[in-house]
Design a protein around this ligand. Structure first.
Ligand code: UT7
Length: 323
């Protein structure tokens, strides 16, 4: 059967680092509070000349170089983002243009922090359905642009960045020993909308708006939702927590990551954590974490890797891939 196999990865971060200490000058907060409650120590913030499209392009070029491919080899771009450059056209199309691609097709996927899991699952369907041969799946965000920098309950949590993977349709055996995406579970429940949303939009206020979050409410649901979809993927593939080499979670909060791993019986040494360095970069957090763990040699070819995320909507999902 056809599997979508990862053949390259890449990442991009803005030039500017914003430390917790610097945030103490902006809002009534402390390094101690932020570290204790979230695990975040710093985040990257885009300058005026850095956008979701430019960071996404940079991550895409890095992933292509890692795969030994050029834009000519790609026929699909799926960009997960909630912070597009413009309301339309899709920022994926802008990245396509920046890469000099005149062929293929590109679109954005909006599932907030779960965006990258949605984008991977969607690209997988396009590749397995024969619509495309090779896909760039990108998560890119500039959440700093939609933060209320006077709201200490949200502005200390988020950061900017981008990560990308190249997926290639390859013939595999059809077992869990195959390389590639093995299974995914996606969920959403719009009744939780008010707990995490942006208070603007083209069809309502005509403005971009700012991120609003009832953090404690989101926190309450996170571990249960995450573990539910991961267990669903285990059941669908006949695998267990013991089979996993790596859990690469969405990086929102160290306490959510630890709580989910504990509930699933996954030792913390098998969990990739980058929230300390990047903060919550929404749809970019998983590919950024993957990039770090591939660069430092933790994730290797053949490893069984579980991706998971939960965020605004609510949306949540998990995806199992053999690297
Ligand atoms: O990626 C999308 C999904 N998003 C998430 O997963 C976020 C989920 N939520 C969280 O990560 C946590 O709920 C937060 C990190 C947002 C907050 O942590 P918490 O332990 O739930 O704290 P809290 O909201 O219950 O606030 C505790 C106290 C409050 O003061 P009082 O009411 O106890 O006097 C807040 O006003 O901490 C105060 N507080 C702060 N203090 C210093 C809130 N923000 C700050 C801050 N600095 N930045």
């Amino acid at each position: 059967m056809i599997r979508s196999v990862v053949c390259g990865y890449g990442a991009a971060l803005p030039k500017r680092v914003l430390s917790n200490r610097e945030l103490e000058d902006i809002v009534e907060t402390s390094d101690e509070w932020i570290v204790q409650r979230t695990g975040i120590r710093q985040r990257y913030i885009a300058d005026d000349d850095e956008t979701t499209a430019s960071l996404g392009e940079q991550a895409a070029r890095a992933a292509l170089a890692n795969a030994g491919l050029t834009p000519d080899d790609i026929d699909l771009i799926v960009l997960a983002t909630s912070t597009p450059n413009n309301t339309f056209p899709a920022t994926a199309v802008e990245i396509q243009n920046r890469l000099g691609m005149k062929h293929g097709y590109a679109f954005d996927m909006q599932a907030v922090c779960t965006g990258f899991v949605y984008a991977m699952a969607t690209a997988d369907l396009h590749l397995r359905g024969g619509m495309a041969k090779r896909a760039l799946v990108i998560g890119a965000e500039t959440f700093s642009r939609i933060l209320d920098w006077q709201d200490r309950t949200t502005c200390v949590l988020f950061g900017d960045g981008a990560g990308a993977l190249v997926l290639e349709a390859r013939e595999e055996e059809g077992t869990v020993a195959d390389r590639g995406i093995l299974a995914a579970q996606l969920r959403s429940d719009g009744s939780h909308r008010e707990k995490l949303y942006v208070d603007g939009g083209p069809s309502t206020t005509g403005t971009v708006g700012h991120l609003r979050m009832e953090g404690r409410e989101v926190f309450k649901h996170a571990v249960g939702m995450i573990t539910d979809v991961i267990e669903g993927v285990f059941t669908a593939t006949g695998t267990t927590a013991d089979d996993l080499d790596w859990l690469v979670p969405h990086q929102a909060n160290r306490r959510i990551i630890d709580g989910s791993a504990k509930k699933l019986g996954i030792p913390i040494e098998k969990v990739v954590v980058t929230v300390d360095m990047h903060g919550n970069t929404s749809a970019a957090s998983i590919p950024l974490a993957l990039s770090v763990a591939c660069d430092d040699g933790r994730i290797k070819k053949g490893d069984l890797v579980m991706l998971e995320a939960m965020g605004g909507g609510f949306t949540w999902g998990a995806l199992l891939v053999r690297w």
